[in-house]
Design a protein around this ligand. Sequence first.
Ligand SMILES: Cc1cc2nc3c(=O)[nH]c(=O)nc-3n(C[C@H](O)[C@H](O)[C@H](O)COP(=O)(O)O)c2cc1C
Length: 487
Amino acid sequence: MTRPDAAGRDFGTPAIIQGGMGVGVSGWRLARAVASTGQLGVVSGVALDALLARRLQDGDPDGQVRRALAHFPDPTLVHRTLRRYFVSGGTDRNQPYRPVPRLGLRSHRHGQELAVLGNFVEVFLAKEGHHGPVGVNYLEKIQLATPAAVYGAMLAGVDHVLMGAGLPTEIPGLLDTLAEHRPARLSVAVQAATAGQRFDVTFDPADLLQATPAPVRRPRLLAIVSSATLAAYLARDDTTRPDGFVVESPLAGGHSARPRGALRLSADGEPVYGPRDGVDLARMAALGLPFWIAGGQCGPEQLAAARDAGAAGVQVGTAFALCRESGLDAALRRRMLARAAPGALVVRNHAGVSPTGFPFKLVHLPGTAADDDVYADRPRHCDLGYLRTPYQRPDGRVGYRCPAEPVDDYLRKGGAVEDTVGSRCLCNGLVAAVGLGQRRPDGYREPPLLTLGQDLSFLPPLMGGGDDYSAADVVSYLLGASAAAHA
Ligand SMILES: Cc1cc2nc3c(=O)[nH]c(=O)nc-3n(C[C@H](O)[C@H](O)[C@H](O)COP(=O)(O)O)c2cc1C
């Protein structure tokens, strides 16, 4: 099932999108395994600068990262990064990882290089050995990271860019510009900014690379939205129209949209969603762009129903997050599977844990940062900073703050104390969940933080009495009955 884009290029329209899962849960191994089946494999593009730096400091034991870097069009950039971060044999496991520059309006050259290379490596490796489509997922909210990250992915030939957690109104234009290696500019939302003042982040490939690389293909943009109204808003104008949509319900893993109307909490403290939060699928279909449904769409019946409703297919996350090729730390993944088998794995949606302010699903696994005791013992520390929000200071300059940073710092920056209560450091927790957590000089190790979706009904059929399953098993499970239903 394929459909050419406006320029007549055929990127394929897969029935299944393996959702982008940060940080590093949908890494290149998972995306490659899915794309090898002909479905859309998606790497997470979030924090790939830090992941690259840490993988190099771990000595890149299987050599894959350095092998991918050898294909990057400008070797001088690669040499600089290797000199700075690569440690043959790996650093001492008690040594802290070296910091990477945090995002800011005024970009840091070596931070940009890391972002470009990190995204290049992930997409390059995901695309190897097959002809299936590969996408990269970003959070719109992390605007400061976007241009360099997208450019790195495009240099590796990424087929799709998927973007949620905000409306990607300027991304179609950004992709057009970067495909021609032209200087790009992206607006940045700054809290408490003087009315009428505009901020943006700039990125010029010519500043980074010694020679202009060969032309790259402009990837398709899929906007991840929570309603047909938002999809219609993006679709109505040539400059904002994406090439398709993923429409996601609150059952999905990771972040979700807030419920419409006033926030009400259930007895378990979860946001309560109502009929107004449902998606008008007929309206989605009427927009005339391909769309995929996400959130609890993890069975063949759901895929068949999605197609009957006019969708191209479904986007699935959790079933892939728990499969063998997932980037999750192997021991944590096994513990979750073992708990889930007797139905004892608890995944709750929380209104106040994510610094973004959006509800976020936490897996309540003992010993992780979801645990209130573990969380209370964690010294607050903001060294990764991806979720920091730019704000304008009284002196007119732009500062950055995050409700999960040390409380005094946040208050000094004008933040409200109530935002800090319960706010988890997603950056450190999610990086630790893929086995690359920071170790502090005093011996403290950042605890992992886990997220999944709330529909785990795919596990019994996929596990089938065994103790593991692969990404290809998920794809055949989803396609099996759907193919029969459409035969
Ligand atoms: C571990 C995990 C991490 C996720 N991270 C992201 C992310 O960084 N960006 C994003 O757009 N969606 C993220 N998602 C959502 C998935 O891309 C997908 O839409 C969702 O999981 C689909 O619902 P399901 O989990 O019920 O299959 C994440 C999901 C999981 C399970």
